[in-house]
Design a protein around this ligand. Structure first.
Ligand code: GLU
Length: 431
């Protein structure tokens, strides 16, 4: 009997990109790095297929007595370099495909800053603004219990992401611990301080965005203290970034969130805007400021534009209009590959998500280390270590971009994919 030539299984339907959604964008980003991987390219399919993808049913009792089912996901994209690590988001538009991309971006991000984690992400398709506090707790606990078979302090460590916070992490930690029969603080990061959380974690993503922004500005001869900044998203990432840029003397001229867009040429008073947003549920109606339409945000003249909301905000439709010298990606996946190309041609520097917003997971790593050693560091120590890691990672990536004459995104992928695939090759295949 002649031996058949066996080939890799065809890409299953759930791994097919849904148009140019986040997973499709990620696959294109991987294609761009392949020519730079040398021998390691033979392992590249590892990057195109998540290690594990779990879909869970999340039924809960609603306050009105109904039983409602939500759909949840946890994807472990890669664990070659360590346990899975990445946030959990609650959003009405969450899909498996989106979570796969977010998990993959975590693999790249964790390798880019060289923290010993793989990449993972989770999500529940639910609009948390429609839930009471009790319903939110029940969604969180049931979801945690369902993904409990694949998470754990040494397996996969969730954290906050869009619409999840310290309280949600406290419920996740408690649920996992109750099921295990022992308190396991290291199962999630981004916890409240009294439950093994870390000083500086809440601000870490914004602080990292600011640190990398400063380093990038310096490379292109832009003085942050004289710069104008526009921010999309005013949550944990956009809000903290805006505040740190304003503190450094920058004028934050425009802020957009789900409620609207506010503009002030002389610079917005960020603490006052944060107080307004906390009181009114968004930035809309803030005075003194001009209201802009959602679309006008992209025409704002500025030096640094910080997308810090959701994916695919900068596309071929608006990339040609952007009047910034630098895009500093606070969000995950805010720029499509076509938009990347347009911005590159227009000489707008794009500082990619996978380095710009890696501050959050870097301090998550510190939190996890502190939980295991039960010894907690001072905030100054945490911030100093964060800044050092971010600056060193950025400097290395900048150098790779210069050496290969590629964008910062491709440079980050070169550094990260080499680390991931080198670990993969060293470990070899089991069995
Ligand atoms: N959700 C954050 C991110 O996208 C943080 C993840 C973490 O700390 O594990 O990077």
């Amino acid at each position: 009997m002649s031996r058949q030539v066996l080939t890799t299984a065809p890409i299953p339907s759930y791994l097919q990109p849904e148009g140019l959604g986040p997973w499709g964008i990620y696959l294109q980003q991987v294609d761009r790095v392949l020519p730079y991987l040398g021998e390691l390219a033979r392992w590249a399919d590892t990057l195109r297929r998540p290690k594990r993808a779990l879909i869970v049913d999340v039924p809960i009792h609603m306050d009105d007595g109904r039983i409602v089912h939500f759909e949840g996901y946890r994807v472990q994209h890669n664990t070659s370099r360590g346990p899975g690590k990445g946030g959990v988001r609650f959003h009405q538009d969450v899909t498996l495909s989106e979570v796969m991309a977010l998990a993959a971006w975590m693999s790249i991000k964790n390798a880019a800053v060289n923290v010993p984690f793989g990449g993972a992400k989770g999500g529940v398709r639910v609009d948390p603004k429609q839930l009471s506090l009790g319903e939110l707790e029940r969604v969180t606990r049931r979801y945690t219990s369902e993904i409990g078979i694949i998470i754990g302090p040494h397996k996969d460590i969730p954290a906050p992401d869009v619409n999840t916070n310290e309280q949600v992490m406290a419920w996740m930690m408690d649920t996992y611990s109750m099921n295990e029969g022992a308190t396991a603080t290291g199962v999630v990061t981004g916890k409240p301080l009294d439950l093994g959380g870390s000083l500086g974690r809440r601000e870490a993503t914004g602080r990292g965005v600011f640190t990398v922004g400063q380093a990038a500005a310096q490379r292109i001869g832009l003085d942050v203290a004289q710069s104008r900044v526009a921010v999309q998203g005013f949550g944990n990432v956009g809000g903290v970034s805006a505040r740190l840029f304003a503190q450094a003397g920058a004028r934050v001229v425009a802020v957009q969130d789900h409620s609207g867009t506010v503009y002030r040429e002389a610079g917005l008073d960020i603490p006052a805007l944060q107080a307004h947003a906390a009181r009114h549920g968004g930035v809309a109606g803030f005075a003194p400021a001009e209201a802009l339409t959602v679309d006008q945000f992209w025409d704002v003249e500025c030096d640094i534009l910080i997308p810090a909301a959701l994916e695919a905000q900068i596309t071929e439709a608006n990339a040609g209009r952007i009047r910034a010298r630098m895009i500093l990606e606070g969000a995950n996946g805010p720029t499509t590959p076509l938009a990347d190309d347009i911005l590159h041609e227009r000489n707008v520097l794009v500082v990619p998500d996978v380095i710009a917003n890696a501050g959050g997971v870097t301090v998550s790593y510190f939190e996890w280390v502190q939980d295991f050693s039960s010894y907690f560091w001072s905030e100054d120590e945490i911030n100093a270590r964060l800044v050092r890691i971010m600056q060193e990672a950025f400097a290395a990536i900048w150098q790779v971009a210069q050496d290969h004459k590629v964008s910062l995104r491709t440079a980050t992928y070169i550094v990260a994919c080499q680390r991931i695939l080198h670990a993969r090759a060293l470990r070899g295949l089991y069995p």
